[in-house]
Design a protein around this ligand. Structure first.
Ligand code: MN
Length: 735
């Protein structure tokens, strides 16, 4: 027994050294004199302090920091300071080593980054009820030193890659956070390769069935696809070299997550997704020839294949805010299939893969730095103390993913805005006061309303009026986080003033009715009028929506209530739920079990049915809501309110039915509806709640709400519906 252990430890020691040497090789390109010694010192400290710790998989803990450091060096292109920080990223939190120790050994900068990493590691603490607020803290560290976030992303990527040994509920939570915040952040920082991998890994855990399905389909057609790519690429390759360009031309598969997104967005089956891959032309060009060479390659491609005029994207002349530069076009392939072609140089490609860290290396040759501007914007948003943390996060997240358009001021200055931005967004971008008093705009010298959606290249002049103030419906007009938060804080201020006036009016009214003005009474009145807060009550009074006679009505009902026994709606707290669930196996909520007497309902946003992978969410006033783990709201709920999530599963024996929706498309034919309803009602004995049908030029598009027992039942029904003559597609939809 004893000897065996010694042998294992010896083998592990060898393996640790092997991995350490691989890390050194990966960081070679950035190493300068003395760097190797620093990295060795950090490695020794990490090795010593983690020496008795193991990962869930049973492996030595040190494998993790080494892997994180390797990702930082190899996949993000970070230098020695970051490698040192990555090696030490868990020591302050998990071992006896203090920040002072780090500062003494490695200096102030390293200590500061590790401090940032330690602080944000608490961000996703399950017991924290203020996760959104913590996100904000995390973003503050980003504004401090971007390396903190980059190392955190490397950490997250390695954890996602090695999550198999985690219990299912932890996998779900970690995957949700990843899809909710980390993948968008990676995107915004230009780390496309890491972003795609994070998305695919999240999907693998959040929607394992779909993930496996698409992966299998992709694999089946691999040989055929490679053949197609080879044929497509050959003539391009030939002419490109004939014309004296040095280039690498190849096909690259798109990620499973992006294919799935396309299927959902367009509501099409896998077979109809045409761009399963993109063609890349990576040019080896001198810096001064880059632009000309890219267009030369573009001309070669479009001579061979006909381009779709609507699909030309030129991020070579105007790079994206995250530094991305590339020329994209979509052309008609030989078999009448659209193919996306991406043209860029090696320098641009490195930025596209590794993000802005690679950008830094070339900084002297690049004239503007979109990232600096962006971080400046983040800082501005974070400094707005009025903004509610959750709102802020949602707006912020939206902005992480959007594409940009470029707008000119009347004097020709260039302003970057997210795609879909309006004249009002532009006004707020110029200045808060300009936004707040905006009444319209002149776009390319033509008068337009504030809601006008700007197009790339528009020249915009804002028209203001001193009488204008921000309105509630402006929130539907703008898309930028900045404009939203400014409008919200202005409305809030406005409301506060109105409420103050309302409060005085109410005090007087209550006095005349001889009711004491105190918190208890005010709350009772708010409750009576079904208002969410006393502020809303004051506002309603100020606006004359609640008058003296209404309050009298309240008084008479209050007397009635006093005569009955008090019956208050029960507000379930998480602890109460947990106490109620104690005794059941592992605190899992069994749906369909009435013994537990826990009040739950099925969420309307995703309509779960037995067989679906689900979780429970404790709401403030409506008990527990059951959601599907692939519900569109799941990631938001799990990552922001982890402490309110309860595990749930279906209780097998039950004869209940559940509402779900089916979308059926096909070729309209006499009797088609009849045949469909026959399968549903006669063959399957399923109750239909509603059916809506659109027919347009011979295409049938129907939505049917039905009651089914479970997923198996539903799948069988779908199979049978697909057999109906004329039906080409049947998909489940949520709401
Ligand atoms: Mn870690």
């Amino acid at each position: 027994m004893k000897t065996e252990l010694v042998i294992d430890l010896e083998a592990e020691k060898q393996e640790i050294l092997k991995r350490y040497r691989a890390l050194l090789r990966a960081s070679k390109s950035t190493l300068q004199k003395g760097d190797k010694k620093e990295i060795r010192k950090a490695f020794d400290m990490a090795l010593e302090s983690h020496k008795d710790m193991r990962r869930k998989s049973g492996e030595p803990y040190i494998y993790h920091p080494i892997a994180v450091a390797q990702i930082a060096a190899e996949e993000i292109g970070l230098g020695t300071t970051s490698i040192v920080c990555a090696l030490l990223h868990d020591v302050v939190e998990d071992t006896d080593i203090t920040l002072e120790d780090i500062e003494r050994e490695f200096g102030k900068k390293t200590a500061k980054i590790i401090d940032g990493l330690t602080k944000i590691s608490g961000v996703f603490d399950t017991n924290s009820s203020l996760q959104a607020e913590n996100f904000r803290k995390m973003l503050l560290t980003l504004a401090d030193d971007v390396r903190v976030i980059l190392i955190k992303l490397a950490d997250r990527l390695h954890n996602m890659r090695t999550m198999d040994f985690m219990p299912r509920h932890k996998q779900l939570k970690i995957a949700s956070e990843t899809i909710y915040l980390y993948a968008p952040l990676a995107h915004r920082l230009g780390l496309y390769a890491i972003k795609s991998e994070l998305e695919d890994l999240s999907m693998k855990y959040l929607e394992p069935e779909t993930y496996k399905f698409i992966a299998k389909k992709l694999n089946e057609k691999k040989a055929e696809r490679n053949m197609f790519i080879k044929k497509f690429v050959e003539p391009i390759d030939e002419i490109v070299h004939e014309q004296g360009l040095v280039a690498d031309v190849y096909g690259r598969p798109k990620s499973i997550h992006s294919i799935w997104n396309k299927m959902k967005k367009k509501n099409i089956p896998f077979e109809e997704v045409y761009d399963l891959f993109a063609i890349r032309i990576i040019l080896d060009s001198a810096y001064e020839n880059e632009k000309a060479d890219c267009w030369k390659a573009y001309s070669i491609v479009t001579d061979l294949y006909r381009p779709n005029p609507d699909r030309l994207r030129d991020w070579v002349s105007s790079p994206k805010g995250n530094g991305y530069e590339s020329l994209h076009t979509t052309v008609m392939g030989p078999r009448g299939q659209w193919v996306e072609v991406q043209i860029r140089t090696q320098r641009m490609n490195e930025i596209a893969e590794k993000g802005f860290a690679a950008h830094w290396k070339y900084k002297e040759s690049s004239n503007d730095n979109g990232l600096d501007q962006w971080i400046q914007k983040v800082r501005e948003m974070l400094n707005n103390p009025e903004a509610n943390a959750l709102d802020f996060l949602d707006d912020f997240k939206m902005n992480l993913f959007s594409d940009e358009i470029f707008i000119f001021t009347p004097k020709g200055a260039l302003i970057q805005l997210p795609l879909g931005a309006t004249a009002l967004d532009f006004a707020f971008e110029i200045h808060t006061d300009v936004g707040a008093t905006c009444i319209g705009a002149k776009v390319n010298h033509k008068l337009v309303p504030i809601s006008y959606k700007l197009q790339n290249g528009d020249q915009v002049e804002i028209i203001t009026s001193s009488k204008q103030t921000p309105k509630e419906d402006w929130l539907n007009v703008v898309v930028t986080a900045k404009a939203k938060s400014k409008i919200k804080s202005s409305l809030k201020e406005e409301k506060r003033k109105i409420a103050e006036a309302g409060k005085e009016i109410l005090e007087r009214k209550l006095k005349s009715l001889k009711i004491t003005y105190n918190t208890d009474n005010i709350q009772k009145i708010s409750y009576f009028f079904k208002l969410p807060s006393t502020q809303e009550l004051f506002v309603n009074v100020a606006l004359g929506k609640i008058e003296l006679k209404d309050i009298k009505e309240y008084l008479s009902s209050e007397k009635e209530v006093e005569n009955r026994s008090p019956e208050r709606p029960e507000n379930l707290t998480v602890d109460m739920v947990k106490t109620k669930m104690k005794g059941s196996e592992n605190d899992i909520l069994l749906i369909g079990e009435d013994l537990q007497k826990i009040d739950y309902t099925l969420a309307a946003c995703c309509n779960p049915i037995p067989g679906d992978d689900v979780f429970g969410f404790v709401t403030v006033s409506e008990g527990i809501k059951i959601h599907r783990t692939n519900c569109p709201n799941a990631a938001q709920l799990m990552s922001n309110y982890g402490y309110r999530i309860v595990k749930a599963k279906w209780n097998k024996q039950q004869e209940l039915t559940f509402l779900t929706g089916l979308r059926i498309v096909g070729i309209d034919d006499v009797g088609l509806i009849n045949n469909i309803t026959k399968v549903i009602s006669n063959d399957f004995k399923v109750n239909m709640r509603s059916i809506t049908v659109d027919t347009n030029e011979g295409i049938f598009d129907g939505s049917i709400m039905i009651f089914v027992n479970d997923t198996e039942h539903l799948e069988n029904l779908i199979k049978n519906l697909l057999q109906v003559k004329g039906v080409t597609g049947v998909t489940r939809f949520d709401a």
